[in-house]
Design a protein around this ligand. Structure first.
Ligand code: NCD
Length: 306
């Protein structure tokens, strides 16, 4: 019952013990996520407020709620809400909070979910705030690693891609360093991990930083690939200069350990060649599925039914 009523805004809001509690419940939820429904959340209402595009995060939260017997309210397009009439986010949140038991929100502004949590009595779960954090993605990422390898400590994990704007890697890097994994940070020039995250990581581990994937691929147990976050570039010509600058393909994988796993929060653009999907390394679709049991666990724990 540790998590009952709790907001999940940053991965730092959760202790190691709480994270493992989520994993244990998520493991039990896997058969339900595959179709055996349960009435655990009957009568409960989840509000999903997605002010930015989403496929996996929104659908997996909504599937999690429905498979546990709960209901979902949401809008199809933020332009169709009263925010477009000039209502403040605070007022929207107060009102949605009074209609629901838990709120999941994605917004383009860093700090938006934290702000929402100040105005809501019920738990608020951050489904991504700009280039800030994406804690539930990190939980399903860690769950995927833990289910495959059985541990996180001492693993060599490479985070590849847009480490500057990618919120998934901000949350994940902090969590991995807390768990004692060895971090390899690989990004094109100009898209390095921000200093404020590096400072936090360095309190726990000493990351290896490079722009050359070839030089480190053979060390890795986990390769976590991300896309370049085109929508966050203030100047599109800067994006065009680095678009397509890295790609995981079969030639690169020849140098990898046999049991290295490849993960990606998705959507993928061109950073993983499609033929990689058919190798035993590819775990990104399973990772996306894990969003359902992990979010079932999160919802049932914050709603206090587990
Ligand atoms: C990620 C996001 O929205 O930050 N997607 C997701 O939630 N699976 C990654 C991305 O958009 O690149």
């Amino acid at each position: 019952m540790m998590l009952k009523g709790k907001d999940i805004i940053s991965i730092k809001d959760l202790s190691e013990k709480e994270i493992f509690e989520i994993f244990e419940v998520a493991k039990e939820m896997v058969p339900i996520a595959k179709g055996r429904s349960l009435d655990l959340l009957k009568g409960k209402v989840l509000a999903t407020l997605f002010f930015e595009p989403s496929t996996r995060t929104r659908f997996s939260f909504e599937t999690a709620m429905y498979r546990l017997g709960g209901n979902v309210i949401s809008f199809a397009d933020p332009k169709l809400t009263s925010l477009s009439k000039g209502e403040t986010l605070a007022d929207t949140i107060r009102m949605v909070d009074s209609y629901s038991d838990v709120i999941v929100m994605r917004h383009s502004y860093e700090g938006a979910a934290r702000l929402a949590s100040k105005f809501a009595e019920h738990p608020v779960i951050n489904a991504g705030d700009g280039a800030g954090q994406h804690p539930t993605q990190t939980l399903l990422d860690l769950f995927t690693i833990w289910s495959h390898i059985g541990k996180i400590k001492d693993l060599n994990v490479g985070l590849i891609g847009d480490l500057k704007y990618g919120r998934t890697v901000h949350s994940l890097a902090i969590a991995l360093s807390n768990f004692g994994a060895n971090l390899y940070l690989v990004s094109p020039k100009g898209l390095e991990m921000p200093d404020h995250i590096l400072r936090e990581i360095r309190e726990k581990v000493k990351p290896k930083i490079t722009d050359d994937m070839n030089s480190i691929i053979g060390d890795l147990d986990v390769l976590y690939v991300t896309r370049i976050q085109k929508e966050r570039f203030p100047d599109i010509s800067e994006y065009l200069k680095i678009a397509g600058s890295y790609r995981v393909d079969l030639a690169l994988l020849e140098k990898a350990k046999k049991d290295m796993i490849i993960m990606h929060p998705l959507p993928r653009i061109d950073e993983i060649a499609p033929e990689v999907d058919y190798t035993p390394h590819a775990k990104y679709f399973e990772q996306a599925f894990n969003g359902v049991p992990v979010r079932m666990a999160i919802l049932s724990l914050v709603l206090g039914v587990r």
